[in-house]
Design a protein around this ligand. Sequence first.
Ligand code: OGA
Ligand code: NI
Length: 339
Amino acid sequence: MAGKVISTGIRYTKLPESYIRPVNDRPNFSPVSECNDVPVINIGAGDRRLISKQIGDACRDYGFFQVVNHGVPDEVVKKMEKVGGEFFRLPVEEKMKLYSEDPAKTMRLSTSFNVQKEQVHNWRDYLRLHCYPLDQYSPEWPTNPSYFKEYVGNYCTAVRELGMRILEFISESLGLEKERLISILGEQGQHMAINHYPVCPEPELTYGLPGHTDPNALTILLQDTLVSGLQVLKDGKWVAIKPYPNAFVINIGDQLEALSNGEYKSVWHRAVVNSDQPRMSIASFLCPCNDSVLSAPDELIKDGSKRVFKDYTYTEYYKKFWSRNLDQEHCLEFFKNQQ
Ligand code: OGA
Ligand code: NI
């Protein structure tokens, strides 16, 4: 079992065969540009209409943006980063007590993406937690480091609030009532992935995460402040999103693409690794209530336009998502209406 995670503390000198991608599917197969223009939006001050317009433009053009002045206290973020780092530095035997390859588990340490389905593995370990309702799930969280539950719990609460505010802005940006999307999404679940990408001996041959879209509604990503690795597909080219101080990276997941009737895109993104420094990223996922029906609101279906997607529940979607490999076609394709 212990051979399965890669955060063992031992430095690899050679990339194991099972991680090597085919030549036409490697990080540098196509040129990557440094992106300076994923919008950075100040959501803590100014005119509400202007902020939602900026967010709407970013959702349409990039599917990604960064937010600053976001209201999550600096101390809460710092503590989250500290405990995430410490967790992955624990002895491998200690971490392996939490190991599982079953996506249905609500708390697990795992590696790569979907070990049982994929052909090539990815240079990533991750701790995945369900976070809402907190008092239901935090009892099963790790107890080592001793302050894990406290720090992570505070972070989850603050990030959820931020996510809800952003959903309100997104709703308004589509011309909907502020609460409209939140009410369709129902009592949202919240998951977290603490991603750890160890130093990789041959980073040009593999990914931390291959290109994928997020299956949930909204993702709030805390990037490593020092080490970059996130890349987004924009107009057919991969662009790197450099860490921006005190910002969160926000992206539209598949469910917001569906609810916007395809107007906002859940875009492909990936994580690359490097040979100098480990990288951590902390992704928080807001997920629709399992039995809410993901159907674009009537207000958006006008002027003879049609619903791009079928009506489906999040349970149906999530099942489909995890039954596939990550780097296949967009999962939303399976839910499209015939035009
Ligand atoms: C994810 C993800 C990117 C990163 O966890 O879904 O896209 O930079 N992470 O780790
Ligand atoms: Ni993602």
